[in-house]
Each structure stands twice: as C-alpha cells, then as structure tokens.
Write a protein that binds this ligand. Sequence first.
Ligand code: SAM
Length: 246
Amino acid sequence: MVEKNQNNIDFGYMSVKKTDRQKLVNKVFNSVADKYDIMNDITSLGIHRSWKNDLINWLAPQSTQNLADIAGGTGDIANKFLIAGGNSAHVFDINKEMIQIGKQKYKNINNIDWTIASAENIPVLDNSFERATMSFGLRNITDRNKSLQEIFRILKPGGRFICLEFSHVENELFKKFYDLWSLKIIPFIGQKITGDKEAYTYLVESIRKFPTQAEVSHMLSQVGFSRVRYRNLSNGIVTLHSGWKL
Ligand SMILES: C[S@@+](CC[C@H](N)C(=O)[O-])C[C@H]1O[C@@H](n2cnc3c(N)ncnc32)[C@H](O)[C@@H]1O
C-alpha cells in the first residue's frame, strides 16, 4: 500500500499507483476467469441474469443494429443481444482468459466477434456501431473518462450506450443486509470456490468506491451523451445508465 497522491487511484480500499492498477485488475480476472460465470450465479443468487435481461429489454435490439460490448468478458450481453434480435455483436475485453472462456461458451454462435482490447483504446473507426454496452466493466477501468469518450467515439450518430454497474443501495435496512452479504459472505464464497479471497474482496470494495448514480450520469453527459437517464434495479444494488449520441 502506498500513500494517496495524484498519481494514485483506488483499487478497492487500497490506494495504488495509476500505472499499476490495470495489472492488478488483470490479475483478479486471470485468477477467477474459469469460475467467473458460476461465481456470478452464486454471489448474486442468479439475479445477474435478470439484471442483464433488463439491460437488453431497455436497449430493445433491432435486426439492423450491431453491438459493441465493451469489457464484455465471457459474452453474456453479446449473446442476449443476438437472442433479442440484434444483427451482430463484437465483444472487446482486455483479458485473454475471459475472452477464451466466452469463445468456448458461445462457440456455436456465428455472429459474435471477439477482440482483446482496452476500453481506453478501442481499435475501431469512429461511428462504427449502432449500440454499445458495458456490463460490470466501468468499475474496473482506470481511466473511466477515456473509456466513455471511446464508446462515444465508436457509436454512430443516433447510437445508444447502456452501462450496467453495481451502485449504491438506497434503503437503509436493506443496505445492512446487503453489506453483510457482500463484504463478509461473498469473499468467503470466493475463497471456497476460486481459492482467491482477495479477488472477491477487491470486487466488493470497488463497488463501495464507485461513483453514485448521479455522478455516473454526470460523467456520461460530460463526454457528450444526450438524454442521459438511469434506472435502479434491486433497490440500487445495480443501476442501468443510458445515453444517446445525438
Ligand atoms: C466483472 S467482469 C464483467 C464481464 C461481463 N461484461 C459481464 O457482465 O459478465 C469485468 C470485465 O472487465 C474487463 N476489463 C477490466 N479492465 C478492462 C479494460 N481496461 N478494458 C477492457 N476490459 C477490461 C475484465 O477483463 C473483465 O472481463
């Protein structure tokens, strides 16, 4: 642990050098990649599936639309986008292990492309996609502003972005239960199933350090998104943030 200064940034409750953070995030996802999907089911009691469906329902894919799913991991959003009627999906993720697991999981689906790339530097031309998503990715990214600028850049005019991310629970009583579950029980389960308690400690701490619903809305507006709205799900455990490139 190092002292907080302008070259430092949060990594969970720790303050680390900005230049080290991505390596630490990659270590987390390298460590949990092969158990990532099962851990999502266990730690959210399966509810992450319904949150992802809510994202897709709000996005309302059409057969003319192509999706860029940024920090797309093992490809759940890409797959749901296609099932809901989208034309094609392109998953971008910085982590080779996560992409490999996604490729294997969805090997029978033709119209998903996979690229290893950082959200801070997406290797596609301006105005390429009708839709963009980021599900549980933004929290892990060091330069969030840069990644939002990149998403804005690659969207076509008229395009839409929806971000799904953990957020801040509003009901005090529910928050007590949620804090117990997330800060104590999730790292314990993480230890039992992946053998890496620290990875899940980071994941839950990073949720606490993540900006509020209003702050994320402000970030989207600042990079140019219009009609910025958000919807809390499950009492604010997660939030959907939507913005348009108009
Ligand atoms: C919690 S997982 C979410 C995966 C998937 N979107 C989902 O909803 O299941 C976070 C993902 O963000 C990826 N990630 C972290 N930093 C990234 C970056 N700078 N650029 C792109 N992806 C990144 C990780 O590799 C990981 O796959």
